[in-house]
Design a protein around this ligand. Structure first.
Ligand code: C2E
Ligand code: CA
Ligand code: CA
Length: 465
């Protein structure tokens, strides 16, 4: 996995945003850090083992353990946790080695140089995180580098520290290795900034030139009726082709561009509702629109939505806004007020990715959600994973108790559909029915759906119940 990441970096793939969002560069940086720990820690660990310097050996082998642990977790997709463990673990272990790397005659201290790439890496990885991780931690790491650099703090017992000859060679190795890792970290950071800037500029141009479009993914009920669609944003890039939102939404949020983009999405969805309302075949359809955290935080969010819907002439009851659980963590009271105001206007709310964000059931009771959307991660392994089964069953009961509709996202197989149906989840969205489609294809799909295999399966299953 890490070799694949590295070879893509060398080929220049990482310089091109449609392939690689920010978190892949974070992964790469962590993987480089982990391998550096294994190689450097392992080499020095073996050397000190051969020379019976047990304390130094233990410190270096703990670096190897940290590297191996990090690699395992990177592969499990837990980058933030790995980064936190690595930054703190390295701070402690490098400090301990620095204490044993005390300056003596003809041998200067060099291990403190490793603080530099750790601080640079931390400031890149935690760029969007809280104040402690983003600023205070890198600052403490840099302060440690400055404190150890010129000082003579440390242990001078000859049986604990390395011999003078190896320390002179070690100083060269440490300085060169630390600078090389720092160089790689700076290249990755620079790439990240360049890509973000070009992505931002390109998105502004795309918005002005009308290169964004919406794809619609049907939502189906247990009777086999398509009752609505989720509007999913796509960027039709003139040279790079279709770019999915996973590549650009995060940067749009960070740069504030999500607000004009979100406004465009709402206007487009409302215009579509108005078109559908004129045809009896489509007049019943609703559209679910994703709302981002920074859109919701805008003080005039409620006013803007009401204005867009009113001006378009769309029926508010046909519009559904989707929020994710993480958006409920901050400023719940204001969020509740805004949600209630739009609910009173007729718009309904759906809680997206439900089950992933540990939302408090107490909050849920007070939030005017009409629908809960089971996250696709629980549906994916539904048939094989006992805890996913238990979660889905709990969500069915919970939605009934809270008097909310439940929809399962990411339904890909008839087995998943049958399981959900049997457990009482009566609304679905997923590739089993259709992928998100451009509007023309979606409208062709509507009448054809009744002849589809998924529809037949659903009907067959219903008759068994
Ligand atoms: P989401 O809101 O959770 O949307 C569902 C995603 O799951 C979509 O990815 C959809 O294509 C995908 N999906 C649907 N059914 C299946 C399935 O059966 N299997 C699998 N593997 N995937 C399925 P997409 O379109 O790439 O969107 C990704 C995310 O981007 C969305 O996740 C949403 O958070 C965000 N997004 C999309 N459009 C907008 C938008 O207009 N505004 C905002 N703020 N975010 C948007
Ligand atoms: Ca959604
Ligand atoms: Ca979702």
């Amino acid at each position: 996995m890490q070799f694949r990441l590295l070879s893509r970096l060398l080929k220049g793939d990482f310089l091109s945003y449609p392939q690689e969002p920010h978190n892949l560069r974070v992964r790469l940086l962590l993987a480089i850090g982990a391998w550096s720990l294994i190689i450097l820690g392992g080499t020095w660990g073996v050397y000190y083992l051969c020379h019976a310097k047990w304390l130094l050996m233990a410190c270096h082998l703990s670096l190897v353990s940290l590297g191996l642990y990090a690699l395992r977790l990177i592969n499990a997709g837990r980058e933030r946790f790995v980064a936190i463990c690595m930054a703190h673990g390295l701070f402690v272990i490098i400090s301990m080695i620095c204490i044993l790397d005390v300056p003596i005659e003809n041998a200067v201290r060099s291990v403190h140089m490793y603080f530099l790439p750790v601080a640079a890496g931390a400031s890149l990885i935690f760029r969007k995180d809280n104040l402690y991780l983003r600023l205070i931690l890198p600052f403490i790491i840099l302060a440690a580098c400055l404190a150890f650099g010129p000082s003579h703090i440390g242990i001078t017992r000859p049986d604990l520290i390395a011999d003078q000859e190896i320390r002179s060679i070690g100083a060269w190795i440490n300085n060169l290795a630390a600078l090389a890792i720092l160089g790689v970290a700076l290249i990755v950071m620079q790439t990240d900034i360049t890509i973000r800037n070009s992505l931002y500029a390109d998105m502004r141009e795309a918005l002005a030139k009308g290169h964004f479009c919406l794809h619609y993914q049907p939502q189906v009920d247990a009777e086999g009726h398509i009752f609505g669609a989720e509007a999913l944003l796509r960027w039709q890039h003139p040279t790079r082709g279709m770019i999915p939102p996973g590549v650009f939404i995060a940067v749009a949020e960070e740069t504030g561009l999500i607000q004009p983009i979100g406004t465009w999405v709402l206007k487009e969805a409302c215009a579509q509702l108005v078109k559908w309302s004129k045809d009896p075949q489509t007049a019943h359809l609703s559209i679910a629109v994703n709302v981002s955290a920074s859109q919701l935080r805008q003080p005039d969010f409620v006013q803007e939505v009401i204005e867009i819907v009113t001006r378009s002439g769309a029926t508010p009851a046909h519009l559904k806004l989707e929020l994710t659980e993480s958006m409920l963590a901050k400023d719940v009271d204001t969020t509740i007020q805004k949600m209630k105001a739009l609910r009173a206007f007729g718009i309904s709310w759906s809680l997206d990715d439900f089950g992933t964000g540990y939302s408090s059931l107490n909050y849920l009771k007070h939030l005017p959600f009409e629908q809960l959307k089971i996250d696709q991660s629980f549906v994916r392994d539904l048939l094989t994973n006992e805890s996913d089964k238990a979660i889905v069953e709990t969500l069915v009961v919970l939605s009934k108790n809270l008097n909310m509709m439940l929809i399962a996202e990411g339904v890909e197989t008839t087995e998943q559909l049958n399981y959900l149906l049997n457990k009482g989840c009566m609304k679905y969205q997923g590739y089993l029915f259709s992928r998100p489609l451009p509007i023309n294809t979606f409208e062709e799909f509507l009448p054809a759906f009744h002849a589809s295999k998924a529809y037949m399966q659903l009907k067959a299953q219903l008759t068994l119940l």
